[in-house]
Write a new protein. Structure first.
Length: 147
């Protein structure tokens, strides 16, 4: 949003609205089957789709640079080597890059089927989240603020 992240990688991401997460926990406690687990995930999308959504909601980020996956992997190895040479912990290592490239793909449909949970559309979650950050001066206001 603020342009401080120099480069991103296309990877899958899973999202759940915080209100849906609360509701899912309450429904699982009230109606869930004993010993069962319910994954809460409203949607899985990709980084380019999230960037496009952010542009629709608030007009930012204006420009995003995407790194090829192989370059991200090489960057993880290079950062780890630099960390060993300098004897300083760096915010990037090959395992962090591996986790990033794997992404997050979760299936929250069981909570819908068995608990009756209805997920908030990602657009609404992003819009409401950005409005909350904007009220605190931490992000630009959404172009279409929540009602």
């Amino acid at each position: 949003m603020n342009g401080k992240l120099p480069v991103v990688v296309d990877t899958p991401l899973s999202f759940v609205d915080v209100a849906d997460c609360v509701e899912g926990h309450l429904l699982a406690e009230a109606d869930g089957r004993g010993g069962e687990r319910y994954i809460l995930n409203g949607t899985t999308t990709t980084v380019p789709e999230v960037v496009a959504l952010l542009r629709r909601v608030c007009g930012r980020p204006e420009r995003v640079r995407f790194a090829p996956r192989w370059l991200a992997s090489a960057g993880g190895w290079a950062a780890e080597a630099a960390s060993a040479v300098t004897r300083r912990d760096l915010p990037l290592c090959r395992e962090a890059v591996r986790t990033l490239l794997h992404g997050h793909r979760y299936d929250g449909s069981r909570a819908e089927r068995e608990l009756g949970l209805r997920y908030t559309p990602l657009h609404e979650t992003v819009r409401r989240t950005l409005a909350w950050y904007a009220e605190r001066g931490l992000a630009p206001a959404p172009l279409d603020p929540p009602a």
